[in-house]
Write a protein that binds this ligand. Structure first.
Ligand SMILES: Cc1cc2nc3c(=O)[nH]c(=O)nc-3n(C[C@H](O)[C@H](O)[C@H](O)COP(=O)(O)OP(=O)(O)OC[C@H]3O[C@@H](n4cnc5c(N)ncnc54)[C@H](O)[C@@H]3O)c2cc1C
Length: 406
């Protein structure tokens, strides 16, 4: 695309990927008109603190925002907030907004993120049942924590467990209901699941494993959760059972979608003038498998690659995925993507609350999960990027410093 002031780029969605795309487009020399359309009433903000320090009340709201207001003014980026985009007209290259306006684009970036999966059981609409995705969700959950006595967490994934840890700090009794036989089963190995379950139990959290919630009960407000045929008292519930990509606009516009907007390594959709980045996308990962990532890393890196591609300088997206979770005083850092038949190598002792699990595939490091183990995480990430072959016994040997393993 020629760099002329006539060129117009519109970004739908004002989240993590959008903020990065604005920064990258301007840093890469785009000097045309730039507009970000967001349905929330806020400029782009970071979500990770929502289930951690912001919920705990130790992280100020202003710090959630990814960029100061002055950044958008200096970048000459128009923010259209509190205004959902309703439709994309690919023939006319326009976006219809909920307020009746129409925006023209030369290139479009869809960065609509994901939304929470809602639980479909009787009583699911009772007051007292919460989800956690946005600032508004925390603003209603935090007061509930101040008055409630018993929290039911539905789903033992990252969000549910992070909220459980914060709730214990508020002094709430907490019961986690998990349909699988271990926590965070989608994302971590068995040793890491077992470690986190033990940590939460030691902090007073109760678990009902292999137990799906059947109903929420109460007259006018939540009073109990029915699960496994039994009733458990609860006056507040947090449902964390995953997210679904927001791709209705893309589907309606006829873009190729399959549990996410399909993008190529340059973040282009099936329309060469439309790109997508972040939680709403599905792409081929480093191993060639189709994946959908829900992480800050993916949103930032895809936004960078989408910006380059929109400016006619495409570079393929090959970054190693990474993720983190904070529960109590424990930082879990994960790099790479584990596979079901990886050889698992434990380095360190979970009882010391500081260890790492490496995943070896055909001798190469495919993923690392590190608990309070920054060197293992940092070196592990490098080993994954390099496709390094490493002997399992050296990885497991704490007398071999991580820096010597490379
Ligand atoms: C509570 C919580 C904790 C998390 N913790 C971590 C963590 O520890 N580490 C980590 O790596 N990741 C974490 N994540 C995930 C991470 O925040 C997301 O992967 C990231 O925000 C994705 O960025 P995005 O730009 O794709 O989407 P988002 O940041 O969700 O932004 C998308 C925006 O688009 C808006 N939108 C949707 N449709 C429209 C429309 N039609 N018109 C206008 N606007 C629209 C949405 O409302 C939203 O504001 C967490 C997420 C949550 C919710």
């Amino acid at each position: 695309m020629p760099r002329t002031s006539a060129a117009r780029i519109v970004i739908i969605g004002a989240g993590q990927a959008a903020a990065q795309a604005v920064a990258s487009l301007r840093a890469e020399g785009f000097d045309g008109a730039l507009t970000v359309v967001g349905d929330e009433p806020f400029a782009p903000y970071q979500r990770p603190p929502l289930s951690k320090t912001y919920l705990a009340g130790t992280f100020e709201r202003e710090r959630l925002f990814l960029k100061p207001d002055a950044f958008y003014a200096e970048a000459k980026c128009e923010l259209v907030l509190g205004t959902p985009a309703r439709a994309i007209d690919r023939a006319k290259k326009t976006i219809a907004l909920a307020d009746g306006r129409s925006l023209a684009y030369d290139k479009l970036l869809i960065a609509t993120g994901s939304r929470v999966r809602r639980i479909q059981v009787p009583g699911a609409d009772l007051p007292g049942i919460h989800y956690l995705r946005a600032i508004a969700d925390v603003d209603s959950l935090r007061p509930a924590f101040q008055s409630a006595k018993h929290l039911a967490v539905v789903g033992g994934g990252y969000i549910g467990l992070e909220v459980a840890a914060v709730a214990r700090k508020y002094g709430l009794a907490v019961t986690v209901f998990e349909a699988m036989d271990r926590v965070m089963a989608r994302a971590v190995s068995r040793p890491v699941s077992a470690f986190y379950e033990a940590v939460h139990r030691a902090a007073g959290v109760e678990f009902q494993m292999n137990t799906g919630v059947e109903a929420f009960e109460g007259s006018g407000k939540l009073e109990a959760v029915r699960a496994g045929g039994k009733l458990y008292p609860a006056d507040v519930a947090l449902v964390g059972i995953g997210v679904v990509p927001v791709c209705e606009l893309a589907i309606a516009a006829g873009l190729e979608c399959q549990d996410g907007i399909r993008v190529d390594p340059f973040c282009a959709t099936s329309d060469p003038d439309i790109f997508a980045a972040g939680d709403c996308t599905r792409h081929h990962g480093r191993d060639g498998q189709l994946i959908r990532l829900e992480s800050v890393q993916n949103a930032i890196d895809q936004a960078k690659h989408a910006a380059l591609a929109m400016l006619g300088r495409p570079v393929p997206y090959r970054e190693v995925p990474w993720f983190w979770s904070d529960q109590y005083d424990l930082k879990l850092q994960i790099a790479g993507l584990a596979g079901p038949s990886d050889k698992i190598v434990l380095r360190g002792d979970p009882k010391a609350r500081k260890f790492a699990v490496f995943h070896l595939r055909e001798g190469r490091v495919a993923a690392v999960e590190a608990v309070k183990a920054a060197p293992e995480y940092i070196v592990g990430r490098k080993l994954i990027a390099e496709g390094a072959i490493v002997a399992a016994d050296r990885l497991a040997d704490l007398t071999v410093p991580m820096k010597n393993i490379i």
